[in-house]
Structure formats: structure tokens, C-alpha cells
Design a protein around this ligand. Structure first.
Ligand SMILES: NC(=O)c1ccc[n+]([C@@H]2O[C@H](COP(=O)([O-])OP(=O)(O)OC[C@H]3O[C@@H](n4cnc5c(N)ncnc54)[C@H](OP(=O)(O)O)[C@@H]3O)[C@@H](O)[C@H]2O)c1
Length: 224
């Protein structure tokens, strides 16, 4: 299975690619192909230098990456999400699209410890409204890029997953569970994503208060 990461050159996309490349073919997407290829090369270099086996990691322009990926992760800042997905709408038809965006108020020059909610209630619902022919699943909001990129340590975080299509959610949870230390938890319909997205500003606030690299969450009482 091929996983494409739109904006995979950025912090969160790069960290996810590092983790996912162990078990999946990963395509880094960028607005510029050379930038994507450079990031893919860095991922191969990091994994090779640490003796971590990996599948193929390649870089492509976002449109090509969207076409190639079976699962497509949107890893772009909130404020650029709509123009990007509208532009890629044709390529994303029929795909499982993973929305990881958090509507941080820093997008409008305010604090990253606050949110500015899109009218749909969450980034994931906004994405689904504009990508009617894609199956949107929301995930990876509460795990930080810094934790993901510390590839030698397991990730200590549950990943809360929301979506309206059961089969797509199952696929994404399988991908999440392939990451050492991550546990994917089905949290119900896509509309639940508004609560999951709003946990992240709290985690950012804890990171600031306690000078943490990247706090995460665990749900207790669940048997796997
Ligand atoms: N960072 C975290 O710890 C973290 C944690 C949880 C969730 N998230 C979510 O993950 C997503 C990515 O976060 P990030 O920190 O990785 O962001 P980022 O590094 O600031 O940006 C990611 C990528 O977005 C692309 N981009 C920038 N401006 C753009 C524009 N005008 N139009 C289209 N694409 C543009 C860039 O790729 P190219 O220049 O290569 O096209 C960039 O590398 C966000 O939605 C964020 O809420 C982040």
C-alpha cells in the first residue's frame, strides 16, 4: 500500500514519513518536486544511517503524489488547506484522505493555545465538505512532530481516529498500529473530530508550561 503525504516536507509530514516508511511505500508530496525529492532523500539517509530497514521513499509534486497514494495524508497548515484540496479534488476522488489539521489561532496571528474553528466545526469536516467523493478520516492531531522524528524512541501516544466510513477508518487504524508505541482508537463519526482537534492547543500549552518536547495522550480503561 502506498501512502502519500501532501506537504510531507514540513515538520509533521516528515515525522510521519520517517515512521511509516518502515512498513509502507511513502510518497512525499510538495508544491515543488525537487523539494519533495530532497526530503525523501533525507528520510532514506536518516533511516539508513540508523540501520532501520525501510520500504521505498520517493518525492513527487503534490498532484502526482495524490494520484499515486492509496491513502493520502494532508499535512499542510490549516489556513492553506482549502485552496490545496480544491486544487487536488480530482486526484483525491475515491481516496482515503487523512485530515491531521488543527485549526490553531496562530493561523490568524493569535496564540497557538487557542483555536479558530471553521464553520463546519472541525478541519476534518471542512475537508469532507469540499471532498465529497473522498473518504475523510481524521487522525494524528495529538502527536507532535518532535516525538515522531525521534525515530529511535517508540511514540508514547494514542491516536484518536474519527470518520464516517468504517472500512477507511479500519485501514487508517491499521497504519497507525504499525507505528511502534501508537495505538489507533476509533472515536466514532467525523463530527467527533472537533473535540480531538481541540485537545492539541491544550497539549501545546502543557509543552510550554512544563518545557516538554511534545506531550501526548493516552485513553485509559480500553482493552485492545
Ligand atoms: N507540527 C506538529 O507538531 C503538528 C502536530 C499535530 C498536527 N499537526 C498538523 O499537521 C499539519 C502540518 O503541520 P506542520 O507543522 O508540518 O506544518 P508546516 O511545516 O508549517 O508546513 C507543512 C507543509 O505545508 C506546505 N505549505 C506551506 N505553505 C503552503 C501553501 N501556501 N499552500 C500549500 N502548501 C503549503 C509546505 O510544503 P511545500 O513547501 O513543500 O509545498 C510545508 O512543508 C498542520 O495541519 C498541523 O495542524 C502538526
Amino acid at each position: 500500500m502506498k501512502i502519500a503525504i501532501i506537504g510531507g516536507t514540513g515538520d509533521q509530514g516528515f515525522g510521519l514519513a520517517l515512521r511509516l516508511a518502515k512498513n509502507y511505500q511513502v510518497i512525499i508530496g510538495s508544491r515543488r518536486r525537487e523539494k519533495a525529492q530532497e526530503s525523501a532523500g533525507r528520510i532514506r539517509e536518516i533511516l539508513s544511517s540508523k540501520g532501520i530497514p525501510y520500504r521505498d521513499v520517493i518525492g513527487m509534486e503534490n498532484r502526482e503524489a495524490s494520484r499515486e497514494g492509496d491513502i493520502v495524508i494532508l499535512s499542510i497548515p490549516f489556513q492553506y488547506t482549502l485552496p490545496t484540496i480544491i486544487d487536488l479534488r480530482e486526484e483525491l476522488k475515491g481516496k482515503v484522505v487523512v485530515s491531521i489539521g488543527v485549526p490553531l489561532a496562530s493561523a490568524v496571528g493569535d496564540k497557538p493555545t487557542r483555536v479558530v474553528l471553521p464553520p463546519q466545526g472541525s478541519v476534518a469536516q471542512m475537508v469532507q465538505e469540499y471532498l465529497k467523493d473522498s473518504k475523510v478520516v481524521s487522525a494524528f492531531h495529538n502527536v507532535s512532530a518532535k516525538v515522531l522524528e525521534s525515530i529511535e524512541e517508540p511514540v508514547d501516544c494514542d491516536i484518536l481516529v474519527c470518520g464516517d466510513d468504517e472500512e477507511s477508518k479500519r485501514k487508517v487504524i491499521e497504519v497507525i498500529n504499525s507505528i511502534e508505541g501508537c495505538r489507533g482508537i476509533d472515536c466514532g463519526d467525523l463530527e467527533m473530530s472537533r473535540y480531538v482537534e481541540q485537545i492539541t492547543p491544550l497539549l501545546i500549552s502543557l509543552n510550554i508550561k512544563y518545557k516538554l518536547k511534545g506531550s501526548g495522550i493516552r485513553i485509559t480503561g480500553l482493552r485492545r
